[in-house]
Write a protein that binds this ligand. Structure first.
Ligand SMILES: NC(=O)c1ccc[n+]([C@@H]2O[C@H](COP(=O)([O-])OP(=O)(O)OC[C@H]3O[C@@H](n4cnc5c(N)ncnc54)[C@H](O)[C@@H]3O)[C@@H](O)[C@H]2O)c1
Length: 331
């Protein structure tokens, strides 16, 4: 089978492409614009007979049409994905996340192709720290940022294309991912690479915000399970019961990197910063039999630290520009 993977040179997309290469015989075409967040080095060691990178924009209808016609399955990861950037300039988020998704689902419906839309738990807004509820497939959408609002809009487009045009699509909403190949702008790689550089980690607000962490490999396996066994038109939550607050995560990073656990600073909070995310993945587990394989967060975090230590050539080129953006925002 031929898979078209959009955003396959980004963090989670690259991990998914590597998952396909390792666990299937499928041929993979990656469509990626190689924005600041895309990195061809994340795919460079893969067999070119299995994985082909097409550099292009998911908003380019002609290109999307041509690649979709040749594919059996389209898996849609490409997005503008960083909340802080969406507060500075939402325009790329509206274009890529909404117009790009529209362009892809139009092509998938024209050619009758199986489509999987990768989304986030951030579409549901946030929870109080002591709320016993977790997000599930029936939770009302309540996005907080331009990023999550455009992802919510893209989910709604896919749902409408299923209902109105019979698009053969599924949707997944996953919690926060960690693992190798994640851009240094994101929380865990930023803290690890700051410690490597001898810089104290910086946490937004009180540091009490909670994220529900999942290893990118578990996300990849879940997406592949949904593509193979999921019911058309359905949404599946993906999460691995990994709730941790930011202070605890940074404390573990510091401890594993031989620093005192409290060697970090708190900085002004991000506007609209969601307090807590928590995922109930019962439907995925009970209907499709998926189980996370990397649920030991501490072991996964140690391996991730080792990966960033061993792969400085991969992340170093983006580090200074990323920190300059944070400095300009006072973070
Ligand atoms: N990172 C997380 O924790 C997380 C959690 C749940 C869901 N998601 C979703 O997973 C997907 C991937 O997230 P990520 O963290 O890997 O993002 P990322 O920013 O690391 O990668 C995004 C990729 O998309 C590409 N891209 C951006 N605009 C494009 C365009 N117009 N045309 C073609 N390619 C384009 C970039 O070059 C990059 O390679 C996103 O849809 C995101 O919403 C992410």
């Amino acid at each position: 089978m031929q898979y078209l993977v959009t955003g396959g040179a980004g963090f989670i997309g690259a991990n998914f492409v590597r998952h396909l290469v390792e666990h299937t015989d499928h041929h993979v075409v990656v469509l990626d614009k190689l924005t600041y967040a895309g990195n061809r080095e994340s795919l460079a060691d893969l067999d070119p007979a299995r994985v082909e990178l097409v550099v292009g924009d998911i908003c380019d209808a002609e290109l999307v049409n041509q690649l979709t016609a040749a594919a059996d399955v389209v898996v849609h990861y490409a997005a503008e994905s960083h909340n802080d950037n969406s507060l500075r300039d939402p325009s790329a988020f509206v274009n890529t996340n909404l117009i790009g998704t529209y362009t892809l689902i139009e092509a998938a419906r024209t050619h009758g192709k199986r489509f999987h839309h990768v989304s986030t738990d951030e579409v549901y807004g946030d929870l109080e720290l002591d709320d016993p509820n977790r997000f599930n497939e029936a939770t009302a959408y309540n996005p907080s940022s331009p990023y999550s609002a455009t992802k919510a809009g893209s989910d709604m487009l896919v749902r409408a294309w299923v209902r109105s045009f019979g698009l053969q699509a599924t949707i997944s909403n996953c919690s926060n991912n960690f693992g190798p190949y994640q851009h240094v702008e994101k929380f865990i790689p930023r803290q690890i690479t700051n410690v490597i550089d001898g810089v104290r980690p910086r946490l937004y607000g009180t540091g009490q915000n909670v994220r529900d962490w999942i290893h990118a490999n578990d996300h990849s396996a879940a997406v592949q399970t949904i593509i193979e066994k999921g019911r058309i038109g359905e949404t599946y939550m993906i999460g691995a019961d990994g709730e941790k607050n930011n202070t605890d995560v940074v404390g573990l990073i510091l401890e594993y990197m031989d620093q005192p656990r409290d060697a970090f600073d708190l900085v002004t909070d991000r506007p609209g910063h969601d307090l807590r995310y928590a995922i109930d993945a019962t439907k995925l587990r009970s209907e499709l039999g998926w189980e996370p394989q990397y649920s030991n967060f501490e072991a996964g975090l140690k391996a991730t630290i080792e990966w960033y230590r061993a792969n400085e050539a991969w992340w170093r080129p983006a580090k200074e520009a990323t920190e300059a953006k944070y400095r300009a925002a006072g973070h």
